[in-house]
Design a protein around this ligand. Structure first.
Ligand code: ADP
Ligand code: MG
Ligand code: MG
Ligand code: MG
Ligand code: MG
Ligand code: MG
Length: 668
């Protein structure tokens, strides 16, 4: 579980001297790994979710909900359970989960004990296991503590309150005006990451989210709650110096972003090519699923005009210097870099013929020496670009003790850069040369939902989409710049119903979907496109990338669609929608009626969120705040409103209160 100390982390001034060392050895490690695993074949789907929780501590006497900073103790207990379960088969079933520390000292991350396999009835384990995890975590909490799955904590960073135990803001790592360093996981890695991002950037991070202007919200809104201090060079007046923008909610620390919770899904592919295909096909769904799972409308005690967390995190770890951000001419840095380390992906990586060069239409900054090293060692163009793009970043946390390691045995330096490129998709090589784990892909854009039922629904939907993608050999490609545009739009308040998103019109390789062999087991490699007729690729050869001049206009291939159309289909246009695909896929399997009905319950939720029958968590929370008797139509989410909101979420998840506008008639 990695709770132990890894050693002594370097201050940025020292770490930067070893940046090239880490990159050089990271690439050697990747190449060693590649040689050993590039032909790895797995015969089944394995997949799993990651759920992040916040531990809330209630002060019932004063009707306050605080974040508990006791998670370290809870994690140690959970680690003990895991250890015992590993030895005792009877206990294994009861624990059946794995626990990890996260950025916040109030956060827990839980995954299933073992990845799920590809059988349809395994899907019914998902919600059960999520419930088991929550119960297990509760076992080690105090009676007034509860794990909640809330994407952003509404009053995180509201001065002088909200943490149990209390700490004043403004510690040496984050230097935040709003949060103390005690909010950061105590493991040396996390405060160092925080401080080194600030040091590398040359200033504190500056996060500005537009405020939601209600009837009584001052216009312009100049936040009266921003304090001033006088301890550090950064302690200039945030408003006067322009860090805090008018009409925005200003935040100044990594905790505001990395302290958010999300829902991630990882799938193992049968081989590296299939992993690259899944990576590309799922990438355009990143913004769609972000908008559909939107659950983060409140920041630092104010209603915002965005519904989701992504840009908050992107800004919260943006370590680019002014030169890299294009604010000054390049002098000390090598590149202008368009995005934060936490952002949407910049290139497609599949060698499938449907991946035309024109879809990679964002100018890609990559390290040319690393690209050459990779090419010289047999890595193809698209993968070499991907890796050498990740490697334009500096390693942020380097441990003295781990500087010189055996590149044949370790992948630490590779992972150092890989795991601090936090993008919408992650292409994960096997963890080591000898690991039984194969090539995997992680889908990372979704927001955590308030209940286990919803989290299970989104996890199941996404894994079924990947199966349908492979089964029907779909083509979701649109220019990647359009995926970025979708990403921006996804943040808008109520984007799920009010906005349109670029999506590909013709998503099958031929006019009709390929029909997979009836009765093929779920997740079998037989369902991968290898055994489907490859007519798609051959028929398309007249328009294949090789024979075309680069820059071909592909704008007739996609159009703006509503999320309802993308998910539920547009019959008049012959567009099946993602649920249409999933249902066609399920129809090809031999599933008993009971299992199919259970799965349908989850898919119903997705359908109804997409068509507006049910609210997103973001809309539901807005409504809760705006209907609260204490709310003064001034965008302020008070301590009492926060307490009532958190309590309500807890009750809904326990099934003590029904929330039909959020969940319909699904009982939790
Ligand atoms: P990270 O934080 O690096 O994304 P975690 O270890 O927290 O990774 O979570 C990995 C997820 O992948 C878990 O849900 C786990 O069940 C799942 N998983 C583990 N092994 C495999 C595998 N071989 N193939 C696919 N998924 C796996
Ligand atoms: Mg994890
Ligand atoms: Mg996590
Ligand atoms: Mg203190
Ligand atoms: Mg993850
Ligand atoms: Mg992780």
């Amino acid at each position: 579980m990695g709770l132990l100390s890894l050693g002594t982390p370097m201050h940025w001034d020292e770490a930067k001297k070893y940046a090239d060392h880490v990159r050089t050895h990271g690439i050697i490690q990747f190449l060693n790994l590649w040689e050993a695993t590039k032909d790895s074949q797995k015969d089944c789907l394995l997949w799993g979710d990651e759920i992040e929780y916040m531990v809330v501590s209630y002060d019932e006497e004063n009707k306050k909900a605080k974040l508990s900073l006791r998670v370290w103790e809870i994690l140690q207990e959970l680690a003990k359970e895991e250890e015992e379960a590993a030895k005792d088969p009877a206990k294994k079933l009861l624990v059946n989960s794995s626990w990890h520390p996260e950025y916040g000292r109030y956060m827990l991350e839980g995954t299933p004990g073992e990845p799920y396999m590809g059988l349809p009835r395994d899907l019914l384990e998902v919600e059960r296991n999520m419930k088991l995890r929550r119960e297990l975590a509760c076992k080690f909490m105090k009676p007034n503590e509860v794990p909640i799955t809330l994407t952003s904590y509404p009053r995180l960073g509201c001065a002088g309150e909200g943490l149990d135990p209390h700490h004043d803001p403004h510690g040496p790592a984050a230097r935040s005006l709003f949060v103390p360093d005690e909010i950061i996981n105590a493991h040396a890695r996390f405060p160092t990451l925080t401080a080194n991002i600030r040091r590398r950037r040359g200033a504190k991070v500056a996060i500005n989210m537009p405020i939601f202007h209600d009837k009584n919200t001052p216009k312009p809104f100049i936040d009266p709650t921003i304090p001033t201090y006088n301890d550090y060079p950064e302690d200039k007046n945030a408003i006067e110096e322009g860090a805090a923008l008018p009409d925005h909610i200003y935040m100044d620390a990594m905790a505001f972003g990395m302290g958010c919770c999300c829902l991630q899904i990882t799938f193992q592919a049968v081989n590296v090519e299939e992993a690259r295909k899944i990576y590309d096909q799922m990438a355009p769904l990143g913004p769609i699923m972000l908008a559909l799972t939107a659950a983060a409308p409140i920041y630092r005690g104010y209603l915002s005009d965005v519904d989701c967390r992504w840009n908050v995190i992107a800004q919260s770890v943006d370590d680019r210097t002014e030169e890299e951000r294009g604010l000054k001419p390049l002098k000390n840095n090598k590149y202008r870099i368009a995005k934060s380390r936490y952002d949407s992906i910049d290139s497609y990586i599949s060698n499938d013929p449907s991946n035309k060069p024109e879809y990679n239409d964002i100018p890609l900054v990559f390290d040319e020496d690393i690209y050459k090293k990779l090419s010289d060692n047999g890595i193809d163009n698209l993968l070499a670009r991907h890796i050498s793009h990740l490697f334009i970043r500096d390693p942020l946390v380097i441990f003295h003790e781990l500087l010189n390691i055996d590149d044949n045995e370790s992948t630490d330096h590779f992972e150092n850069l890989q795991s601090t490129n936090w993008q919408t998709m992650r292409f994960k090589p096997p963890p080591s040369k000898t690991s039984p784990i194969g090539w995997r892909v992680e889908f990372r854009s979704m927001e955590i939902q308030l209940t286990d039922f919803e989290n299970a629904a989104f996890a199941i939907f996404i894994v079924l989409v990947t199966r349908a993608v492979l089964s029907f050999n779909t083509n979701f490609y649109i220019p990647i710049s359009k995926v970025d545009e979708n990403m921006k739009v996804a943040h808008h308040r109520n984007a799920v119903l009010d906005e349109k998103f670029y999506f590909r019109k013709q998503i099958f390789p031929q006019s009709r979907p390929g029909t997979p062999a009836a009765g093929t087991p779920f997740g079998s490699p037989k369902l991968s496109n290898a055994t489907l007729p490859r007519t798609a690729a051959t028929n398309n050869s007249a328009t294949s990338g090789a024979s075309l001049a680069p820059g071909l206009d592909r704008s007739d291939e996609y159009e703006l669609m509503t999320i309802n159309e993308i998910i539920n289909g547009a019959p008049s246009k012959g567009f099946p929608g993602l649920l249409g695909l999933v249902n066609s896929y399920l129809n090809t399997l031999n599933i008993d009626i009971e299992t199919r009905c259970e799965i349908s319950k989850y898919l119903e939720l997705i359908k109804k969120r997409a068509n507006g029958t049910l609210m997103t968590a973001a809309s539901w929370m807005r409504q809760f705040v705006q209907n609260h008797p204490d709310y003064k139509q001034d965008s302020v989410v008070s301590e009492k409103i926060n307490y009532d909101l958190v309590k309500m979420i807890e009750k809904i998840n326990k099934g003590e209160v029904q929330a039909p506008e959020l969940l319909g008639n699904f009982s939790v």
